[in-house]
Design a protein around this ligand. Sequence first.
Ligand code: SF4
Length: 141
Amino acid sequence: MAKPIGSTCNIDCTYCYYLHKEHLLDQHRGRRMESSMLERYIRQYIEAQNGAEIIFSWQGGEPTMLGIDFFLDIVDIQKRYAPMGRRISNDLQTNGTLLDDDWCLFLKQNNFLVGVSIDGPRELHDSFRMDRKGQPTFDAC
Ligand code: SF4
């Protein structure tokens, strides 16, 4: 599992165990994995796998804050290092608030398995999953 944006997230769930990790790691908001590190990670991860399918899992914080171009780079790098006869796949865990048509098209075209975090019905979700201004996020998911 890779967290290329560390603990950075655009919302502020009351139970989040991860947002405060930025203080442990002296990590400032907006930190993202540098492209050289991203390429090294993908290359080494592929080299370390011996199964028929090589699965990358992308999480955060909120990984969609990195933007589609970051994930286009991921797919390009994976294609460059893809071993013959092996399948590379990706999954993405997101709070869903930044997903728009462009994101959905990218995720569909590149066959990402997507997990969207929603806490049941609106009343429950909006009790715990607020944005940075304390506003509910159910409608944004
Ligand atoms: S969406 Fe995930 S990372 Fe962001 S605040 Fe909620 S639990 Fe934490």
